[in-house]
Design a protein around this ligand. Structure first.
Ligand code: FAD
Length: 288
């Protein structure tokens, strides 16, 4: 099925994101998580594409395996980083061969990491919007894109980001998934800007429960932005109590999801880091 058909129809769609494992031991952990998550019948799952295109083959292989060996609808991520247009076409062809019809089209971060300057591959693409157009021209794919309620680090303002998202919708993106949301109001502001411009593109918020205090810094790095101050404050107060941090991390994520659903978010996309327990706890809190 095509992902937009699964969103908000009739209930909130729950989806889960994984990354391609590096070795056999991590692959076993991943499959264990996938099997647990399969039991709660998610709307779809997604597999990321490593920074700098580093996991190209593993993303194709693992996404194809999930598509074939489970009952799950899968979405593969794809970035423009380090690939010519010819190579991008080839990867999309491999996805098609593996039965993947839903692709998240991304530019990717600069090869030097967040905060360094973006330079496109000399025969590649400069913006995600161009990748949306390329994939759509290659076959019957449903294409999603990234959205940034806390503003993309290279963007001047949230308004500029909304304009970029609208351009991606106009290029044929059928839905968007956000970076990890820690400030629900920021998600609502972005959604209202896109709705206000007359686009009906569903925007699915990404969520991730904090399970250890040490994760906070890594999450800030991943987002390229500071996390919402109230979230940091609540967890900081408990930083010496591992059990309490995890409990409150799950609680905060549940509260955010509940408010987002109440505000009409079409789905919740859980970033799992290939583990299932914490996200499934949040999911259980939501579906009862
Ligand atoms: P773009 O939409 O191209 O935007 C990049 C920057 O360029 C923004 O500042 C934007 O405002 C600006 N811009 C865009 N279009 C134009 C234009 N036409 N003219 C002028 N400026 C423009 N990274 C990975 O490497 N692998 C993954 O699997 C992955 N998955 C992700 C999943 C989600 C849900 C999200 C939110 C992010 C993911 N990322 C992933 C990170 C993403 O690749 C980076 O955040 C990247 O810096 C931006 O990608 P983008 O697709 O939004 O790029």
């Amino acid at each position: 099925p095509s992902i937009p058909d699964l969103l908000g129809a009739p209930d909130t769609a729950f989806s889960f994101e994984f990354f391609p494992p590096r070795d056999d031991a991590s692959e076993a952990v991943l499959w264990d998580s996938i099997r647990r998550i399969e039991r709660v019948h998610p709307s779809f799952i997604s597999v990321t594409y490593g920074a700098g295109g580093s996991t190209r083959d593993r993303t194709v292989r693992i996404t194809g395996r999930i598509e074939h060996e489970t009952t799950l609808t899968t979405m593969a991520h794809l970035t423009c980083v380090g690939s010519s247009v010819a190579e991008l076409r080839q990867i999309v062809g491999q996805y098609a061969g593996a039965g993947i019809r839903n692709i998240l089209a991304l530019r990717g971060d600069p090869a030097g990491g967040l905060g360094t300057e973006w330079t496109p591959h000399p025969e590649g693409l400069d913006h995600a919007e161009q990748l949306v157009d390329l994939i759509r021209g290659l076959g019957d794919f449903t294409v999603g894109v990234a959205a940034f309620p806390d503003k993309h680090p290279e963007s001047g303002s949230l308004e500029d980001d909304a304009k970029v998202l609208i351009r991606k919708a106009d290029a044929g993106a059928a839905f968007a998934i956000t970076q990890m949301v820690t400030d629900v109001d920021a998600y609502l502001r972005l959604r209202d800007l896109v709705d206000g411009a007359g686009r009906t593109m569903p925007i699915v918020p990404g969520l991730m429960p904090v399970t250890a205090y040490g994760q906070l810094q890594r999450m800030t790095q991943l987002n390229g932005q500071p996390l919402a101050p109230d979230v940091v404050e609540r967890l900081e107060a408990l930083k010496d109590d591992k059990v309490a941090v995890r409990e409150v991390g799950v609680q905060i994520c549940t509260e955010h999801a509940q408010r987002l659903i109440g505000e009409g978010a079409p789905g919740i996309h859980f970033i799992t880091m290939n583990r299932s327990t914490a996200t499934l706890e949040v999911h259980q809190n939501l579906v009862g």
